[in-house]
Write a protein that binds this ligand. Structure first.
Ligand code: NAP
Length: 291
């Protein structure tokens, strides 16, 4: 299959380019090669006849979206609409990545959000991603929207890398980590493998795909730093003690309902993948954290 990956220099884009490249003819474009908000550029490129477009591009700075509203909307809402219209014209399938931030997080954990649950974003980021979903549904029936959450991978910046950098920088200085938000840390490499299975399946619609089980940011940081074998001091704190410009859902847990019903679920417990991530990338992660 001829596949175009957008946002290919991001965490998920990089892993998808690698994993899908083993089975398909992949063209991977970073933001410099293809701006998904540029209709003319998208139309031009899509003329090359792709069977499938995988959109990993997004404006992912959640707090930044509160102030940089125009660019956030352009990338997260306009961009998917432009891609979807081009896919419809060319007869290409579109796979798009969305987020747990489309929900308000009010459901009591550890119950997770299913694909049928009503949405209610709390932030500009969540609103823009929800609008991206809506435009895709409006433009092309041949789509799969995959909502995921709490991503980490070897390429790019993420929560686990930040924890490691802080621990390595000063093992005695307490790192305060939020312990009252619940979710599932999800490895981009695992998700890329799941996407490969989904491409083969031809599944359409809107689905959830995160690691199995759930925990807090604090629990995730602790497990990862222990697995990395570094010295660290960590303290749990509340969301109220760590205010941010954008409101975040208290409950970010997504239930992989459709993946399970269709027998396509390839996601594993989040703890397993955090340990595997630390094992596989230990030296590279430490070198990066030491700067
Ligand atoms: N990270 C998470 O925890 C998380 C959670 C839930 C859902 N998601 C979703 O998962 C997907 C992948 O996330 P990720 O963590 O891999 O994000 P990421 O590492 O921030 O990668 C996103 C990529 O999109 C690129 N991009 C930005 N504007 C673009 C534009 N106008 N045209 C083309 N590319 C553009 C960025 O390039 P530049 O760096 O050059 O701007 C970046 O390389 C996104 O849809 C995100 O919303 C992420």
């Amino acid at each position: 299959m001829k596949i175009l990956i957008t946002g290919a220099k991001g965490q998920l884009g990089r892993d998808c380019a690698q994993v899908l490249g083993a089975a398909h003819a992949v063209s991977a474009f970073g933001s410099r090669e293809l701006d998904i908000g540029d209709r003319a550029a998208v139309t031009d490129l899509m003329g090359s006849g792709y069977d499938l477009v995988l959109n990993c591009a997004a404006y992912t700075a959640v707090d930044g979206c509160e102030t940089d509203r125009e660019q956030c909307w352009r990338v997260n809402a306009d961009g998917p609409g432009i891609l979807a219209a081009a896919c419809a014209r060319q007869g290409s399938r579109l796979i798009h990545i969305s987020t747990d931030y489309v929900f308000d997080g009010a459901k009591p954990p550890p119950r997770g959000y299913t694909e049928e649950d009503p949405v209610g974003p709390l932030s500009r980021y969540g609103l823009s991603k929800l609008e991206g979903e809506r435009r895709i549904r409006e433009q092309t029936p041949d789509h799969l929207i995959i909502r995921t959450a709490w991503l980490y991978g070897i390429g790019g910046r993420n929560f686990l890398k930040t924890m490691l950098r802080l621990a390595v920088g000063n093992p005695k200085r307490p790192i305060r980590v939020v312990n009252d938000q619940f979710g599932s840390l999800t490895w981009t490499r695992r998700l890329a493998g799941q996407i490969r299975v989904l491409i083969d399946s031809g599944l359409a619609g809107t689905i959830h795909a995160t690691a199995e089980g759930s925990g807090t940011w604090y629990e995730g940081a602790r497990l990862f730093l222990e697995a990395m074998g570094v010295q660290f001091t960590i303290e749990p704190c509340t969301t109220a003690e760590y205010p941010t410009p954008a409101r975040r859902p208290v409950n970010s847990i997504l239930e992989n309902g459709i993946l399970k019903k269709t027998g396509l679920n390839r996601m594993v417990p989040w703890e397993e993948d955090v340990l595997e991530f630390a094992r596989v990338h230990r030296e590279e992660l430490l070198a990066e954290a030491r700067g």
